[in-house]
Design a protein around this ligand. Sequence first.
Ligand SMILES: [Zn+2]
Ligand SMILES: [Zn+2]
Length: 346
Amino acid sequence: MLACVIHGAKDLRIEARETPDLEANEVLVRFGAGGICGSDLHYFNHGGVGDFKLREPMVLGHEVSGEVMKLGTEVQGVKIGDHIAVDPSRPCRACDYCLAGRSNLCSNMRFFGSAALFPHVQGGFSEFFKVAEFQCHVVPKDIDYTVIACAEPLAVTLHAVARVGSLMGAKVLITGSGPIGVLTVAAATLAGASQITVTDLFDEPLAIALQMGATSVVNTASQPEKLEEFQANKGVFDVSFEASGNAKALETCVQSTRPGGSMVQIGILPPGLTSVPINQILAKELGFFGTFRFHQEFAWAVDALVSKRIDVIPILTAKFGFQDALKAFELALDRKKAMKVSLRCD
Ligand SMILES: [Zn+2]
Ligand SMILES: [Zn+2]
């Protein structure tokens, strides 16, 4: 079978790998579709993401969907032929965090296509891959695989919103109009936000933020003066979500959030220390939340996509076969031309 393997920065190869053997509680999945994520692009560009560095070749991909092909001897909850959304998280389900219902903080997490552990956990951009039964969420067969592969990034944003609590009536700022930023628009809308402003350096992704429900957008490259309006009266937004991974945008969030408001850091910043105006967080009594992956929100995301309460069609830029994965990654790097680029098996 073919797999899309990262060997180092700018060294992505389509190569043959062995089809994996199954444990009793595992399921073999035929790849349906997979979205290229910002973290996949970081591995592609820099050979690492955040503090995780590539130390051996790794199959990329964690936003995947597919069809059940084979069952381990103890699997009962899914059938051969089922179409599934794949939760790329494989927590241990035994540590304190798992038992407390916060499995995204699991001490022994095995997450698809991640170099956090060594040996690395291989990802899902592979013609066949295996998962534990509990990672499978069965979906109706008429839902496109590329749509259902968006359950993972959507779950990230639902978790980010859940971290901060109710957004009913809130004025929200989202910095960064990449896939996570625009899905945060959808998640914040679902949670009751009354106004959602999105910032970015490019007009093209901001146009998609509007399609996803943003009430206003600001290009901070061409309209930097708008940022000053955000700071009126010590900040005009109730809640800010930083979705760009850029330290400058984090500063904007701190400056633009009203006293007593909250901010959520979703974007992964470059490795090492980041300078943050902590005195403003202190003096304005801002709540500052980290958010990392998701827990029960994966099932919520699948439900929202299946019921079509959230429509991700505006973010799906282009679809490529496995053989053209390199082209797909090159396109995904171009923020003017691409939002979410998908691989699919035809
Ligand atoms: Zn992702
Ligand atoms: Zn655990």
